[in-house]
Design a protein around this ligand. Sequence first.
Ligand SMILES: [Zn+2]
Length: 265
Amino acid sequence: MKYRYEEFTWPEIRAAVAGNRVAVLPVGTVEQHGPHLPLVTDVLTATEMSRLAVEQMPEEAVLLPSVYYSFNEHHMDFPGTIAVEGETIVRYVTDIGVSLARHGFRKVLLVNGHGSNVPFLDIAARNITNRTEAVCAMVPWWNLIPRELLASLRESEFPGGMAHGCELETSVLLHLRPDLVQMDLAEKDISFKRPSEFFFWDLQVGSPVFFQEWFSRYSRTGTVGDPTLATAEKGRLFVEAVVERMKALIREFRAKEIAPRVDHH
Ligand SMILES: [Zn+2]
C-alpha cells in the first residue's frame, strides 16, 4: 500500500482523505553538526523515523516529502549551514498545511528534527489549526524517547552532554546511516561556561531560560555534547522506541475528535 504522498495520483489522494489518514510532514534543517556528522542530520533523523512509523501503518497515515531548510542563523559561523528567516519557515510550513486541509486532510502532524524549529513550527501548527478545518500538531522526535530509556542509556554528563551532534544524535545516525558518520573525527565539546543554573543546554532536561546566541561563542567544534560515547546499538534502541511512540501518537491523533467551535458573543 502506498504511503509516500508524492507518489499518489489525485484520485488516490482523494481516497486517502476519505480514509482519514494523518498527513505526516518531517521538518529538518541543513546545518553543520560538528566535524563528524553530515549537514543533513536533522532532516535524516526526522524523515527516517517518520518513514519507519508510517510504512508500518499505511492505511492510517501518509508521509509527505520533507522540508529540508529552516531557521539556523546562529550556525552561520560554520561552513555549510543554509539559514532561512523565521518568518519564511512559518509561512512555508503554514502553506503546506493549509493546502493539505483544502484537500480535506483533517489531521496534520509535523515531525521536527531541529531544536531551533520548535517556536516556528509551533506557530505554523497553530496557524494551520486556526485558519482551516484541520488540526495540526508538532512533535520534536527526541520528545518521544521514553524518559527511563534515555536515563538508562545515557553515559554523557549533565548538563550539556546531549545537545547537538551529541551522544544521542550520533548514536541515531550510527544506526540509520553509519556510512555518513566519521567517528574518528568525533570529539567531546562541552565548552560553554559551567556551572550555570540558567544558561545551559541539554535535550534531556531543558534550562528554564530560553536563550540562544551565536553557536561559535560556546562551541569550538560545532558539537555540543559527547559524541565519543555514541554507539549504533544505543541508536537502534532510541529509534525503535521513538518509532513505537510515534505510531501510538499517530493513532491517537487520528482518532481524536475535532469538537465544534462555540461562538459565545
Ligand atoms: Zn541536530
